[in-house]
Design a protein around this ligand. Sequence first.
Ligand SMILES: Nc1ncnc2c1ncn2[C@@H]1O[C@H](COP(=O)(O)OP(=O)(O)O)[C@@H](O)[C@H]1O
Ligand SMILES: [Mg+2]
Length: 239
Amino acid sequence: MRSALSLEQVNAGYGGVQALSGFSFQAQANVLTALIGSNGAGKTTAMRVISGLLAPNEGHVMLDGIDITRSRASERVARGLVMAPEGRMVFAAMTIEENLRVASLPARVRKHVEANLGQVFERFPRLAERRGQLAGNLSGGEQQMLAIGRALMAEPSVLLLDEPTLGLAPIMADAVFETISSLLGEGITIVIAEQNIGRTLSAAEHAYVLENGRVTNQGPGHQLLKDDSVRETFLGLGQ
Ligand SMILES: Nc1ncnc2c1ncn2[C@@H]1O[C@H](COP(=O)(O)OP(=O)(O)O)[C@@H](O)[C@H]1O
Ligand SMILES: [Mg+2]
């Protein structure tokens, strides 16, 4: 399989805080790759390094074989690397439709705004029904759909989802994974950071376990789901 995205020996952090150490990672094209880890493990830092919001101190970020380590975030979006950030970050005082339209889009998709808006509303009928309402009045699950919809406006080839099920009721978390599955079916490559281990590992082709900024385990999702140390750490189900 083709590797769409890879990180090689990345060190990154904030001032004196080293949040990622020797972090190497590969996401194959057209499948779901997961980063799992507890709070503070470094998942969001990895997402920031991938999306260009945080420059690594060492190491490389490669997209489709091209070194994008020094590319700006907007250039990465233009190349199809798009993130739906942790905490959703929708604009509460703007309507759903305004949130979707305001996405700062690369030139290649500006002509497709109306078509893409139509597709997002088709995918999420709940958002279509409420398009004129303020995003701040949406439920957490609906805001997550909006955050994913906003990312889709930029026509991603690689979509980054940082904790999309955080704080959601189980039925809404299921809906997020159904959306993921349909996007994979459309050929989008997806990288997810999650603490929702059961659902994530069941769905992920490959997963990396992150602890204190280091990869401590990796493998096919279904295999990690059976791994004693993973079960003990994340599910309290060790032997
Ligand atoms: N803006 C920041 N400034 C300083 N330290 C940060 C900042 N963001 C995260 N950290 C620290 O970096 C480490 C990794 O955090 P993060 O990547 O957010 O983890 P996760 O997403 O897995 O919860 C933690 O120790 C966290 O406290
Ligand atoms: Mg995080």
